[in-house]
Design a protein. Structure first.
Lengths: 414, 272
């Protein structure tokens, strides 16, 4: 299918000048980072208005990433659940296997435009690290990816991929040895090497302009989905569902529908083992307003303002803060947020694998689990759109370790 | 408008020595002993760090100090308790050195009220640049505390002027890019930074990041009003944390560093 999709006009939903979405956002960075963050902001605000920059980005999205990604109606799964029609936005079919490549390419192009030769990035599940390593290989940039030591262990296949793409992967042993510690370390690298180094942050987090910039690079997801769902379902969806770690895939798809007030937007957080401190990453359930890693948002913290440990079976959702724009959309009542447990997410994974022949990422499986929860009680003509943000190849070892690897004994192919 | 910090910098004499340790490292009792030892050794201002789970502006030495202090149960509240406990024993000025989130969680007004009541002189918030400091600074100043801002080689002239206008007590100049940590040499951008500050500000300027030797102190003392030692001192604490000679080792280290400041001033006698 040939489809020309322009990314939405820049500036439509800008935060204020200091990067605030309502009460959230801003730029809480150490003094030495103020200048490079300002340089980045100026460069981005200029680039987004430059048709040449946008054309270069859109060309790569089409011919390199393989966009538009399909919108697929999951008929067997819909029938099995017995309710709404379910459509999946197939970001898992984008080059490198997740939506992360959209943002990585956009920012890597910006790094080149700014004359930087070296890129640093953090990664949790490894998908952003792989996307960044890919973009750097394509554009001839040196790349170093920081990754929590625990994540290096549990997402080993992505570590290999990053190294094959020429990136240096540096395990981070401090703190909780997961995504937030990788961000700390990437910021420490950046503050030390600001002359030649670009920090390619992977989600709608961090100081302004990152939350705005990352959302705009991801907004192609929603722009495509809006046209596709119109064509395939003859109208807008009733509900749009996406998982929320930092929340970039969610804002990417929400962006296509946020102005359609009757489309319900639902972000799904990682419930881990349930709502016990330290055992989940559902910021909107037990979180409070605070400042972490450059931005004011809703965060999981203890009574002394220290960041609480988080847990999720999916490394990509295992993070203590949510993107500031999500906190704002929630205050406005424009989006709502739910959580699903590790167990439910694993069940969502299994359903899609068995009924549709798709292995979703464990992150995306959270969105699917929520769909499985609501679809049966929705009328048959209603339409649910879920963002299948990434593929699950990286997770197969974790899934197998959970005892969900093969067909249950006695089951035969039908 | 006079403050203890302003008084400390007024008049001639050797460059002032400012020490950073993480409050509650290695534990509350010995942290109090360390603060008293620093004062005995002639430190002019004690920066007391609030341990935080995500110290992204700090290098490994202060990260580990933060982890030790957190394991020992330290928090912003306990650091204030610590300061209250030693305040009457020490002549030095006391500055709370922290990331923003512990204060936001504590409550800004609750913090400034308590800090002022126990004799804290100033507050420095690492991840609260002037653009984000507005209402917080108002609260700090109205409580009678000095808000100290960082300036770095990447700070533009325009922002230097803003920091000079909004800052109280002194300005803290970062001698080079990067995270905190001792280096064999002081950052080369520091003299230029200090001279840029002098053009827009009458506030005293102290320079830190990388100080670990009397030679650094001597060198910085030639053009700055104060010298900050942090990671190298925290490293002494780390090495001696299992020893009963912790406080004496800290005291000896500071006396050694101060041999650098005494060589610079008009008078070799340090006045307090």
């Amino acid at each position: 299918m040939k489809m020309t999709i322009e990314t939405p006009p820049a500036g439509r939903r800008d935060p204020d000048e200091r990067g605030y979405f309502g009460a959230y956002g801003g730029g809480f960075v150490p003094e030495t980072l103020v200048a490079p963050v300002e340089e980045l902001k100026e460069a981005y605000l200029e680039a987004r208005m430059d048709p040449g920059f946008r054309e270069g980005f859109e060309r790569l999205l089409q011919h390199y990433v393989g966009r538009p990604t399909p919108l697929y109606e999951a008929q067997r799964w819909s029938r099995a659940l017995g309710g709404a029609r379910i459509f999946l936005k197939r970001e898992d079919l984008a080059h490198t296997g997740a939506h992360k490549i959209n943002n990585a390419l956009g920012q890597a192009l910006l790094a080149v435009r700014m004359g930087k030769q070296r890129v640093v990035a953090e990664t949790g599940a490894g998908q952003h690290g792989v996307a960044t390593a890919t973009a750097c290989a394509l554009l001839g940039l040196t790349c170093e990816v920081y990754m929590g030591a625990d994540d290096v262990a549990r997402q080993a296949p992505n570590v290999v991929r990053m190294r094959l793409l020429g990136a240096k992967v540096t395990p981070v042993d401090s703190g909780s040895r997961t995504l937030k510690d990788a961000i700390n370390e990437a910021m420490r690298d950046w503050v030390t090497n600001i002359e030649d180094t670009y920090y390619l942050l992977g989600s709608v987090l961090g100081p302004h302009p990152y939350p705005l910039m990352v959302r705009e690079f991801q907004s192609v997801i929603g722009a495509e989905a809006r046209i596709q769902i119109q064509a395939q379902a003859d109208g807008p969806p009733n509900v749009v569902v996406a998982c929320v770690g930092g929340g970039s895939n969610a804002l990417g798809i929400f962006d296509g529908f946020v102005d359609q007030g009757d489309v319900k937007l639902v972000g799904v957080e990682a419930g881990g083992d349930g709502m016990v401190a330290g055992r989940h990453a559902a910021r909107f359930v037990t979180g409070t307003v605070g400042v972490l890693q450059g931005t004011r948002s809703v965060i999981l913290q203890d009574q002394n303002g220290n960041i609480e440990p988080t847990h999720s079976v999916s490394a990509g959702l295992d993070y203590a803060a949510v993107g500031p724009e999500h906190a704002w959309l929630r205050d406005l009542g424009r989006a709502e947020y739910a959580w699903v447990s590790d167990e439910e997410a694993l069940a969502g994974f299994q359903q899609l694998a068995r009924l549709e022949g798709i292995l979703p990422a464990l992150e995306s499986s959270h969105a699917l689990a929520y769909v499985a929860r609501i679809a049966p009680s929705l009328p048959a003509q209603s339409v649910v759109l879920a963002n299948l943000s990434g593929r699950g190849d990286k997770d197969v070892e974790i899934i197998e370790a959970q005892g969900l690897g093969g067909a249950p004994a006695g089951e035969t192919a039908s | 408008m006079s403050s203890r910090l302003a008084d400390i910098f007024s008049g001639p004499g050797a460059p002032r020595l400012i020490t950073y340790v993480t409050g509650g490292d290695p534990d509350a009792t010995r942290s109090a002993d360390i603060l008293r030892a620093l004062d005995r050794a002639g430190a002019n201002i004690l920066e007391v760090g609030v341990p935080f789970s995500d110290p992204l502006a700090d290098g490994p030495v202060i990260q580990r100090a933060s982890e030790r202090a957190l394991r020992a149960g330290a928090s912003l509240g306990s650091v204030l308790d610590l300061i209250e406990q030693v305040r009457s024993d020490v002549d030095a000025g006391i500055v709370v050195f922290t990331y923003a989130n512990p204060i936001l969680r504590f409550g800004v007004e609750a913090f400034t009220d308590r800090a002022a009541a126990i004799g804290v002189d100033g507050v420095l918030v690492l991840d609260l640049p002037i653009e984000e400091a507005g209402p917080f600074r108002e609260q700090v100043v109205s409580a009678g505390l000095d808000q100290i801002f960082l300036v770095s080689p990447t700070t533009t002239d325009e922002r230097l002027a803003a920091a000079a206008a909004l800052g109280r007590g002194f300005l803290y100049g970062i001698s080079r890019l990067g995270v905190t940590g001792a280096r064999s040499e002081v950052g080369g951008g520091a003299p230029q930074l200090v001279s840029r500050v002098r053009k827009v500000s009458s506030l005293p300027i102290a320079v830190g990041f990388g100080v670990s030797h009397p030679d650094h102190v001597r060198q910085i003392g030639q053009w700055a009003d104060g010298v900050v030692v942090g990671s190298a001192l925290v490293d002494v604490v780390a090495r001696q944390s299992e020893s009963d000679q912790l406080a004496p080792a800290v005291e000896e280290y500071i006396r050694w560093l101060r041999s650098g400041t005494d060589a610079v001033g008009v008078s070799s006698d340090h006045e307090k």
